[in-house]
Design a binder for this molecule. Structure first.
Ligand SMILES: Nc1nc2c(c(=O)[nH]1)N[C@H]1C(S)=C(S)[C@@H](COP(=O)(O)O)O[C@H]1N2
Ligand SMILES: [Mo]
Length: 375
C-alpha cells in the first residue's frame, strides 16, 4: 500500500507529493481534483535536470536549420504575434508507473503526473511562417535550456552534458494544437513549468512539451536524440516485425479522484464517483464505470468539451450491500480505442493505461447521532 500513496504530511511541498527532490519532481495529489483547470502551483513538475536559470531580459529564441531566414526572437517579438489560448491536458508518459508489477525502473508516479491547464502563447506555425521552411524540411527539434549528463548505459553518442530536446514532425508542429506558451491559467509561466517559454503539444505525452525553450531547429531527417530514441520509446508491431518508435500521442485513460483507494462509503447513501478522462488525437467519447458487479455503465461527461483539454466526469451510485468493493472506470476515444484490462507488454515502463481498480469498503449506514425520542 505504501508504494502507492505517501502518508499525509510526509515529504510534501505545499500540497504536492515529492517523488524526487533533486532534480525536483512533484506529483499532484489527484484525489484533490476539483476543477477543469489545475492551478499552476498545484500542477505536477517533471524535471530531468535542475531547473536552469533563465533571465527574462536578454532571453532569445533561436530559429535555425532548414529555414529561409534565421531568427532570434525576444519576448516582445512573440507578444507581437497573435496570441492564442488553448486548454490542454498534459500527462507524463510515466504516470501510473507505480502500478506495474513487478516494479519498473523510473520515478514511481501514482496517478498525479497529469494535469489540465489553459495555455496562452503563439502558434508554432506562426513562428515557422516567419522563418520560412526550405524544401526537404521534415521535423522541428525543440531544444530546452537545461542540460546535464545522461545514463551512459543507454549508449548515448554524447556522454557529456546534453540538452533536453525532442522533435515534432511538421504536420504536428503546424497544427492548431501546438503552441509556444508564455502563460498558464492566465499567469506568467513559473520557472518550474518552463518560463519564459515552453511547448504545448495537445494530445501528446509530456515529454514533447519542451520547457525553457532556447532553440527551434528545423531538420531534414528525423531527429534521433537521447529523449527521442533512447528514452521515451515503445515497441510498434503495426509493421509486422516490432520496431522501436518514439512515444507521441497519449492513450485513452480515465482516473477516479474520489472515492479514494482505501476509502469507505455507506450502504443506501447516494455516492458520487468523480474523475477525469483524456486521450490522444481523438477526443474522449465515453467513460464507463463498474461499481463491482462487472457491469459497465456510462458516466456523465461534464462541461466543457474542448479539443485538447481533459474531460471531468461523474457517476452517481447508491451502494446496496456492505463489504469490500472494487470501483473501475475506463475511457473510450472517438477513434474507438478503449483502455485495456491488462498492461500492454510493449509499452516499456510507460503508458500505464490499463484499468486499475480502486478498492473501497461499503459500510453499514451510520446510526443517527440524534436520539429519536427524548425521555
Ligand atoms: N527542457 C525540458 N523540458 C521538459 C522536461 C525536461 O526535463 N526539460 N520534461 C518533460 C516531461 S517528461 C514532462 S512530463 C513535462 C512536465 O512539465 P511540467 O513540469 O510543467 O509538469 O515537461 C517536459 N519538458
Ligand atoms: Mo514526462
Amino acid at each position: 500500500m505504501s508504494r502507492f500513496v505517501s502518508a499525509p504530511g510526509e515529504g510534501r511541498e505545499p500540497g504536492l507529493i515529492v517523488r524526487q527532490s533533486s532534480p525536483l519532481n512533484l506529483e499532484y495529489p489527484f484525489s484533490t481534483l476539483d476543477d477543469f483547470l489545475v492551478p499552476q502551483d498545484r500542477f505536477y513538475v517533471r524535471n530531468h535536470f535542475p531547473c536552469p536559470r533563465v533571465e527574462r531580459d536578454g532571453w532569445r529564441l533561436k530559429v535555425g536549420g532548414e529555414v529561409a531566414r534565421e531568427l532570434s526572437l525576444g519576448l516582445d517579438d512573440l507578444h507581437a504575434l497573435p496570441a492564442v489560448t488553448l486548454p490542454a491536458v498534459m500527462e507524463c508518459a510515466g504516470n501510473g508507473r507505480v502500478f506495474y508489477e513487478p516494479a519498473k525502473e523510473g520515478l514511481q508516479w501514482a496517478n498525479g503526473a497529469v494535469g489540465n491547464a489553459s495555455w496562452t502563447g503563439v502558434r508554432l506555425d506562426d513562428v515557422l511562417d516567419r522563418a520560412g521552411l526550405r524544401d526537404g524540411a521534415v521535423e522541428v527539434v525543440l531544444v530546452g535550456a537545461d542540460r546535464g549528463p545522461v545514463d551512459g548505459g543507454k549508449k548515448t553518442s554524447s556522454p557529456g552534458p546534453i540538452a533536453f530536446a525532442r522533435s515534432l514532425p511538421l504536420t504536428k508542429a503546424r497544427s492548431d494544437g501546438v503552441v509556444l506558451a508564455y502563460a498558464m491559467n492566465g499567469e506568467p509561466l513559473t520557472p518550474d513549468h518552463g518560463a519564459p517559454l515552453r511547448a504545448v503539444v495537445g494530445g501528446w505525452f509530456g515529454m514533447a512539451w519542451v520547457k525553457w525553450l532556447a532553440e527551434l531547429r528545423v531538420v531534414s531527417r528525423p531527429f534521433l536524440g537521447y529523449w527521442q530514441a533512447r528514452d521515451y520509446f515503445r515497441w510498434d508491431r503495426s509493421f509486422g516485425e516490432p520496431i522501436l518508435v518514439p512515444l507521441t500521442e497519449m492513450e485513452p485513460k480515465a482516473q477516479i479522484a474520489r472515492p479514494v483507494q482505501g476509502g469507505s462509503v455507506e450502504v443506501g447513501r447516494p455516492t458520487r464517483i468523480f474523475g477525469a478522462a483524456w486521450s490522444g488525437e481523438a477526443p474522449v467519447a465515453e467513460v464507463a464505470v463498474d461499481t463491482g458487479e462487472g457491469a459497465w455503465r456510462p458516466a456523465t461527461l461534464l462541461e466543457p468539451a474542448t479539443e485538447h483539454g481533459w474531460r471531468l466526469w461523474e457517476h452517481w451510485w447508491t451502494p446496496t450491500a456492505a463489504g469490500p468493493c472494487q470501483l473501475r472506470c475506463r475511457a473510450r476515444d472517438a477513434a474507438g480505442r478503449v483502455q485495456p484490462e491488462t498492461p500492454q507488454t510493449d509499452r516499456e515502463s510507460y503508458c500505464a493505461n490499463w484499468v486499475i481498480p480502486v478498492g473501497i469498503r461499503v459500510v453499514p449506514a451510520a446510526q443517527s447521532a440524534e436520539p429519536e425520542f427524548v425521555i
